[in-house]
Structures are given as structure tokens and as C-alpha cells.
Design a protein around this ligand. Sequence first.
Ligand SMILES: NC(=O)c1ccc[n+]([C@@H]2O[C@H](COP(=O)([O-])OP(=O)(O)OC[C@H]3O[C@@H](n4cnc5c(N)ncnc54)[C@H](O)[C@@H]3O)[C@@H](O)[C@H]2O)c1
Length: 446
Amino acid sequence: MKVTVIGTGYVGLVTGACLAEMGNHVLCVDVDARKIDILHSGGIPIHEPGLQEVVQRNAAAGRLEFTTDIARSVAHGTLQFIAVGTPPDEDGSADLQYVTAAARNIGRLMTDHKVIVDKSTVPVGTADKVRETVAAELAARGVALEFSVASNPEFLKEGAAVEDFMKPDRIIIGTDDERATLLLRALYAPFVRNHDRLLVMDVRSAEFTKYAANAMLATRISFMNELSRLAEKLGADIEHVRMGIGSDPRIGTHFLYPGAGYGGSCFPKDVKALARMAADAGLPSRMMAAVEQVNEEQKRVLVDKVVARYGEDLRGRTFALWGLAFKPNTDDMREAPSRVVVAELVRRGARLQAYDPVAAAEARRVLALDLGEPALSQVHFMASAPAALQGADALVVVTEWKEFRTPDFEAMAVTLRDRLVFDGRNLYDPALVRGFGLDYRGIGRP
Ligand SMILES: NC(=O)c1ccc[n+]([C@@H]2O[C@H](COP(=O)([O-])OP(=O)(O)OC[C@H]3O[C@@H](n4cnc5c(N)ncnc54)[C@H](O)[C@@H]3O)[C@@H](O)[C@H]2O)c1
């Protein structure tokens, strides 16, 4: 099939590459010429395990192409996937300007039948807006062409995006159009060969499902984070509690990890957008408000622990920071808890020695915007995890990269001046760490 993917970000590039891998002829279009240049030169603009190989293989085979040429992209695919960003607007609602721009381009330039597929996470009712936008452009041109609009929300996880796309838990298709259903079923058939995990439903339910999924996951995290604070007060260990409840199949073990708060490009904005949708519908969501509030507070928990130990004035203190990306296996810094930790420590005068296996360049870029260049000089980007410890008073673990899981505690106890570890992801066994003469402070542990 001929497929156009609009937007070559985390979702668009993975979608395009994986659809090409199954033999489709995919054209990926982006308005960001820098990204397209990187792709043309054989690189990829993001860090995503396994993606580069799929992109290179399919580009070499001629099945995966990249362009900034909108007219070419509209002409190419019968299926037009919209995978552009939907960042939060000032009132928390999803900003649909990029989705609308993509729809306008299709309406302005199409000359034959198109199935437009919203893959971006968009509020319930957006497919109707996309339909109206395309119809208005066609009317302005005075042409009558058939098209349909379907919803196909994406559930991939950054860091495991290729695997998730190739072996999806489910594929949701929202449409009331027979032709669109047939095309999308055929497109996805190779991904669900061993058993059919394709769910076809009405468009609004499909749009809503994506928000419901992310809201549920964010709720589990905030629930555990709130309980972790109570556990500390009550003298219980939230890690034992986590395992105690996770073993109940009705609860399950996933997404029960207390930590330094959730971040990323999805949970924060989708929780906000769902809250906005609920408020607009006259049914304000008390749960989404609480999930967001707990998370905002949780992003400060590590700083509170540092301040409890060292006081408000952190001038003359140096902290090693392990992990900057919002989660492991990505360089994505959007809404990363590390940004709050860095800003709050720097504001109090601390010097930071930060290390992240892949996100340092992206972190430097966003932290320059967050802090301004003068304050950024307090943050030193180090080449390795042990290097970040050299000359530091204490270690603050912010992201649970695998390489942080079994550090050399013996060396750490010699290197860290105050022999102190703030474990923002409960990576370590407190007794083990203390056995090396280190002081240990985790999340929700006595
Ligand atoms: N990142 C994830 O893990 C994830 C997972 C599931 C769903 N989503 C959703 O998918 C959507 C995209 O997310 P992302 O993380 O890939 O975003 P992103 O910011 O990484 O990529 C979006 C891309 O769209 C491009 N773009 C914007 N307007 C365009 C236009 N008119 N024509 C062509 N290209 C245009 C941008 O230049 C950018 O490269 C969002 O709605 C997001 O909520 C993201």
C-alpha cells in the first residue's frame, strides 16, 4: 500500500519505518527540514532502540522515503496518517494547530480518494473537526472528492517503540466507513497474524480510549507516589507494599513504581487534556486533578530530601545526578522530572555533575531554555556515571537506566564526600547500600 505519514517524530518515524518493514511504500513528511536532512543522510533525529536499522534497511530498499514537499506527500498515499504533535495549550487542552494544518494541506491538494487517519492523541471530536477542515478546503476549491477520517491512536512506548509497533497489544481503529475499515485491516494484518488484536469501534470511542489508557497508567503512578509519602510517615516500606499488592492478579505488577514523578510527552499532557475535556463537558474530573497535583509535588520529593539534609542554601555543594531523560532508553526530555530537580538545586546554588547515557545533548538544549545560560554553567555534563561521582557530596538518582542498577558501591563510598545516596527510583536495596557504609534515602522507605 502507498502510505503517507505526516510528522516524523517519535510516533511518525516509528509508524513509517514499521509499515515499510511490512512491504508498504511509505513517504514520511515533516515541516522540520533539519529532521528530513538527518534522515536523508542515513541518521535518525531521535534515540530509539532498533529504529535506525529498520529505517536504513527500508530506505535502502526504496520502500521508505522522506520529504518536506507537502504536495508530493498528499499525492503519495491513499492512507494519510497524521502523527504530528498535540502539545498542551494554555488551558490544558490539546493544541490542535498542527493537526489542523495537516488536514488543511490534504484538503488543499488532494486529487483522489483519501483515508485520513488520526494517529496523534487528539480530544474526542477531533476527527469531526478534521473532516470539516478538509471539506472546507475542498469546497473552497469547488471540487467534490471522497475521503474519510478514521482514528487510530498509538500506544507505543518510547524506548521500546519498534517492538511495541511490531507486536502491538492491540490496535484500535475508530471509523464508521467500510472502505477505511478494509484498508486499515489489510494494513495491520501482518502485525496481528498470530491472533487478531484489532478492535474496530466508533471514532469517538477510539479517541477516548487513548486518553483513558494514559489516564489509568498515570493514576496508578500517582496513587503509588501518594502512598509512598504515607509509608515514610508510618514507617512502612512502599517496595514491600508494592510487591504485596502487585501479586494480586486483579491489580498486577505494572506501573506501580513509586519514584520522582512521571514525565514525558504523553502522561502530563494527556492527563491535563482529559481534565479539560471533562470540565468542558460540565463534569470536572476530581481524579485527574488529583493525579496531576500529586505528580507535580512528587517531582519535588528528591529536592525536599536534599534540603532536609543540607538546608536551603546549597552553595558550595556538589551533587552527582544520574539520569536526565524522563525514562530509560530515550533522549526525550519533555516534562522530565530531572528538569525540576536541576532547576531547584541550581536555584539554591548547588553545582551539579550530571550524567545520562543518551540524553545529555538534548538535556543541555532544554536546560539552557529552562535555566538560562548563566545558571546552566552550574551544571556539568559528565562522560560516565563514575565520573559524575568524582568530587561530589552526594548522589541523586533520577532516571532508572540499567547501567545504574548495580554500581560499584565500594568505590562510591570512597568517592562521595558525604557517602550519601538519594535514590529517586528505589533502584537499590537499602540494607545492601548501608552495608557499604553509605547513607541511603529512597522513596517511601523508612
Ligand atoms: N511519543 C510517544 O511516546 C507517543 C506515544 C503515543 C502517542 N503519541 C502522540 O503522537 C503524537 C506525536 O507525538 P510525537 O512524540 O511523535 O511528537 P514529536 O514532536 O516527536 O513529532 C511531531 C512531528 O510533527 C512535525 N509536524 C508538525 N506539524 C506538521 C505538519 N503540518 N506537517 C508535517 N509535519 C509536521 C513536527 O515537526 C515533528 O517532527 C502526539 O499527539 C502524541 O501525544 C506519542
